[in-house]
Write a protein that binds this ligand. Structure first.
Ligand code: NAD
Ligand code: UFG
Length: 338
């Protein structure tokens, strides 16, 4: 029998790529999204890739009645929970909004999940839940100490899931800690579409290459890293999506609670990424080094060993593919998103 997966936040960046991979593997996908950071045009991109439009509810994970309707109507086996607000700076300015959306929203969703006796839940956590590490390399058992409101909401939801598991041993739970998702679907039909000025490096570089922004501002070149700029673990969004399918397969076999890093384990600096993007796009990326951004760490990359052992998954795309795919999307998106 086909499994039905509810994808909350399924019109967003990572949710839409995961919906595509699920649909291509024969899963029935139902999307719930309130469009707070996405648009219905994403459905057109999903349809172009898969030949189908997934059933979609435009609504909020905090809406109990809507959740009840979905679980009653659609016979959901598993939930992939991507819906959330993710802008670190906005979270500092509007902590209640972030706590309500990300934490209250998740509690409301989990309550409906328990009532409907859903079998599995997969949650989008983040490497921001970790405290600082001198080696920049994170294993899942390292101390958790998020320094911003956004990261704290992710840790709170992780803790709620750990509590839920104690009283509901038959519920399979995967907590996936993403490192830096970048890239776009290789078709060029879906990708990231940040509203306003991008906060993240890759979409900012893509805007500079397009001539939408004059130059990149590099936030500090005096970090204790080989070239002085920040080191991160950039992971292709398609690999990340496949990591969710690997986690789903694992939970179908064993109703465990697993907490796993999803990263490549390979750090790249801001300058590395800028240089690769210049080659891939054939465009010059002018830059200016400015002071460090508050809250940034010098380096952060995954130890991906557990994901390999437990999920039999590893990220396959290299940094060239990530830059090529975002560049293709960057050139196409003007015609796709209206
Ligand atoms: P995104 O903003 O593109 O997607 C999130 C989607 O959820 C959006 O379509 C938005 O409209 C929807 N949404 C938000 N609040 C909702 C609510 N209350 N009810 C219904 N829908 C709601 O973000 P993304 O990059 O795809 O991230 C997906 C998840 O992964 C988020 O939970 C995010 O915190 C987490 N995450 C993202 C990153 C990253 O760098 N992109 C890193 C680590 C973790
Ligand atoms: N950077 C610049 N200039 C920019 C943007 C970024 O120099 O215009 C630098 C940053 O200082 C950092 C690196 O590029 O060294 C990466 O920054 P991003 O903003 O792209 O990513 P972060 O590592 O700061 O954070 C991202 C998400 C978080 C998530 C975290 C870990 O924004 O939500 O990855 O998963 F939690």
């Amino acid at each position: 029998m086909t499994s039905t997966i509810l994808v909350t936040g399924g019109l967003g960046y990572i949710g839409s790529h995961t919906a595509v991979e699920l649909m291509e593997r024969g899963f029935d996908v139902v999307i719930l999204d309130n469009l707070s950071n996405s648009s219905e045009s994403v459905l057109g991109g999903i349809e172009k890739i898969t030949g189908k439009k997934p059933k979609t509810y435009i609504g909020d994970i905090r809406d109990r009645e809507m959740l009840q309707t979905i679980f009653k109507t659609d016979h959901i086996d598993s939930v992939m929970h991507f819906a959330g607000l993710k802008a670190v700076g906005e979270g500092e300015e509007k902590p209640l909004l972030y706590l309500d959306n990300n934490v209250t929203g998740s509690i409301t969703l989990f309550d409906a999940i328990m009532k409907a006796e859903v079998k599995r839940v997969i949650f989008s956590s983040s490497a921001t839940v970790y405290g600082e590490s001198d080696t920049f390399k994170y294993t899942e058992d390292m101390p958790l100490n998020p320094i911003n409101v956004y990261g704290k909401t992710k840790l709170k939801v992780e803790e709620i899931l750990r509590e839920l598991k104690k009283t509901n041993p038959t519920l399979g739970i995967a907590i996936l800690r993403y490192f830096n998702p970048v890239g776009a679907h290789p078709s060029g039909y879906i990708g990231e579409n940040p509203k306003g000025t991008p906060n993240n490096l890759m979409p900012y570089i893509a805007d500079v290459a397009m001539g939408i922004r004059e130059k990149l501002f590099i936030f500090g070149d005096d970090y204790p890293t080989p070239d002085g700029t920040g080191l991160r673990d950039y992971i292709h969004v398609k690999d990340l999506a496949l990591g969710h399918i690997a986690a789903l397969n694992k939970l179908e076999a064993h109703t465990d609670l697993i907490t796993v890093n999803l990263g490549t384990g390979k750090p790249f600096s801001v300058l590395d990424l800028t240089q690769v993007f210049e080659v891939v796009s054939g465009k010059k990326i002018p830059y200016e080094v400015v002071s460090r951004r508050k809250g940034d760490v010098a380096g952060c990359f995954a130890d991906p060993t557990l994901a390999k052992e437990l999920l039999r998954w590893e990220a396959l795309s290299d940094i060239n593919a990530m830059c090529k795919d975002i560049w293709r999307w960057q050139q196409n998106k003007i015609n796709i998103i209206r």
